[in-house]
Write a protein that binds this ligand. Structure first.
Ligand SMILES: [Zn+2]
Ligand SMILES: [Zn+2]
Length: 74
């Protein structure tokens, strides 16, 4: 199997779009996962979005906790 861009032996597949990747095609790796140049940016955004969601959830949980603490104090 060869990559469509360089006609070289593929050594991995993009974990985002499933495209065959040769050594030159791989733009980003995450452990054993590889991503093409088109998807590496999206993966970064995706990861950032997960982190933002987590931060937001943590903040909400903290607010709830404070609200409960306020009730118990009364
Ligand atoms: Zn891709
Ligand atoms: Zn290639």
């Amino acid at each position: 199997m060869k990559c469509s861009k360089h006609q070289k032996q593929s050594i991995a597949t993009c974990q985002w779009c499933g495209k065959l990747l040769c050594r030159e095609c791989i733009a980003k790796t995450n452990g054993k996962k590889a991503y093409c140049t088109d998807c590496s940016g999206q993966v970064g955004e995706y990861v950032q979005r997960i982190q933002l969601d987590q931060i937001r959830k943590d903040a909400e949980a903290e607010q709830k906790k404070n609200r409960f603490a306020g009730i118990f104090q009364r």
